[in-house]
Structure formats: C-alpha cells, structure tokens
Design a protein around this ligand. Structure first.
Ligand SMILES: Cc1cc2nc3c(=O)[nH]c(=O)nc-3n(C[C@H](O)[C@H](O)[C@H](O)COP(=O)(O)OP(=O)(O)OC[C@H]3O[C@@H](n4cnc5c(N)ncnc54)[C@H](O)[C@@H]3O)c2cc1C
Length: 251
C-alpha cells in the first residue's frame, strides 16, 4: 500500500544556521549573487526562499528579510545562491550587496514558500518577472536545465535597461543551449535596445500575446505587488484557471 500524505514524516521546522559567503557575483551595478556555504547539504524546491538576518547598528535585534534562491536544488550540495538587489535606503539589502565580503558569515534559515515548480507541475509554463523578481524564476529554469526535462518555458522579463538585467549572460547561454526556453525582455527606460523585444512596461496586450505564443497552461509571476496583481488579473480574464497561476510578491 502506498503511503498517504498524512503518514509521511513532517520535515522539521527550519532553524537558523551560519552560512559562509564563498563567492560574490556582480549581476548589475546594484545586484549581487551571494553564494553561501552551509555545514549540511540543503534540500529545497525551485522557487523557494530563505530568510537572512543581519545585525544593524542601533537595532536591538538582527533584522530579517526574505531572499529567493536563484540556484538549482540539483545536484544537491551545501552551497546555495541568493540574488539580492540593493533597495535605496533599505536596512538589509544595501548591506548585503555593498558591504558583504567573501569569508563573512551570515545567519540564514529556510527553505520556505509554495511558489515552486518542478516537472511534476507540467507546462507549458509562462514565467513573468520584473527586477529582482527574476531570481526564483531563474531557479526554475536552472532546475529544468539540470534535470534534463524539456517542458516549454517562456520568460517575460521586465528591466529598466540592459545594464539592469540580472543574469544577462547566464540567460543568454541557457537560451542558446535549450530549445524549450524562450526569453522575451522588455525594457522600460531604453526605447532602442534590440536585445529587448518590447520597450514598455508589462501591460495587458504584452501578457496576452506572450501567453498565447507560449500556449501557457501554468503561470508564475514574481515582482512588485502591483505588477503581480495586474498580470494575474489579465491571465484570469484571458481564461486561465486561477489554480494554474502562482504568485510571489516582493513588498
Ligand atoms: C518571499 C520574498 C522573496 C524575496 N526575494 C527577494 C530576492 O530574491 N531578491 C531581492 O532583492 N529581494 C527579495 N525580496 C525583497 C526583500 O525581502 C526585501 O524586502 C528587500 O531587499 C528590501 O529590504 P531592505 O531591508 O533593504 O529595505 P527596507 O528597510 O525594508 O526598506 C524598503 C524601502 O522602504 C523604505 N523605508 C524603510 N523604512 C522607512 C520608513 N521608516 N519610512 C519611509 N520609508 C522607509 C526604504 O527607503 C526602502 O526604499 C523578497 C521578498 C519576499 C517577501
């Protein structure tokens, strides 16, 4: 008899752990990927996030924020990668981006979240992201590349301009290696760059066009709350079942 969900042992709640910064990658002038090494191998699903907490001068307790993993969970290992965009005036993100060095230790806890995709969820998949909202979508793309499945994925990704595109070269090489991946950039502050297919903010017409081309059966939307709500509404109005849309809001 196969085990029922209720029979399976529950995973223990994640605990704070120390992670060592082993590599820092400049993604854009204000965004870095931080590769963090833990003592134990980490098991997570593509799209999940970890909490990071750091001491901040003048604050009695460490300040905690959520950061999605941009890395693939396979092959399993002790190194995870978060992608952090510095928010001007923010308490945590500018410190992680501009004041963290290789060899530093950070407190992390995870994984968390239900904004996840694996091949069992199927497709074709529409991925819509803006700014740092690309991070968990990249984990899904990298996971499928590592897994070797070929479920069609179409990424619609909004940035201000080319130099603010996170994972620019990684996305270009994934796109050239995998026929299942299509990438449509839209740039909101550069009206000429041919790298972008569109040159405006993500709008209804754009979402409908890309969803139709992708023959999307499933959608993942991540970024600022207003964008996430607008794209979700458009997809529902276009006939996509609400249950087939997953969202993550970075507020
Ligand atoms: C599930 C989830 C996953 C996420 N994943 C990512 C990710 O992968 N990458 C990423 O970069 N971000 C991610 N985020 C966002 C991230 O958690 C933080 O919200 C972000 O980094 C900003 O944190 P901060 O401490 O730098 O800014 P905060 O200190 O929270 O400040 C945010 C803004 O508010 C302003 N502000 C702060 N205090 C005040 C005040 N008293 N009055 C007026 N304005 C004020 C600041 O100037 C700043 O503009 C995620 C969020 C969620 C919920």
């Amino acid at each position: 008899m196969s085990p029922r969900a209720g029979d399976r042992p529950r995973r223990p709640a994640p605990q704070w752990a120390l992670a060592r910064v082993v590599e820092l990658l400049d993604e854009t002038p204000d965004t870095k990927s931080l590769r963090l090494e833990l003592d134990e191998p980490q098991q997570y699903l593509p799209g999940q996030y970890y909490n990071i907490r750091i001491p901040v001068e003048g604050r009695p307790r460490p300040i905690q924020r959520a950061y999605s993993l941009g890395s693939s969970p396979i092959p399993e290992g002790r190194v995870i990668e978060v992608g952090v965009k510095a928010v001007p005036g923010g308490l945590v993100s500018p410190r992680l981006v501009f004041e963290t060095h290789v060899g530093d230790e950070l407190e992390v806890r995870g994984p968390y979240g239900t904004f996840t995709w694996t091949e069992e969820d199927g497709g074709p998949v529409l991925l819509v992201g803006a700014g740092s909202g690309i991070v968990p979508l990249m984990a899904m793309i990298r996971y499928q590349a590592a897994r070797g499945t070929a479920i069609p994925m179409h990424l619609l990704y909004s940035s201000r301009r080319r130099d603010e595109v996170i994972y620019l070269t990684a996305l270009e090489s994934l796109r050239s290696e995998h026929e299942w991946l299509r990438v449509s950039h839209t740039f909101t502050r550069d009206l000429d760059d041919p790298l972008a297919r569109f040159h405006r903010r993500i709008d209804k017409e754009m979402v409908q066009l890309v969803a139709r081309e992708a023959e999307a059966q499933l959608a993942y939307i991540c970024g600022p709350p207003e964008l996430v709500d607008d794209v979700e509404r458009t997809l529902i109005e276009s006939g996509m079942d609400e249950q087939r849309i997953k969202t993550e809001k970075y507020d």
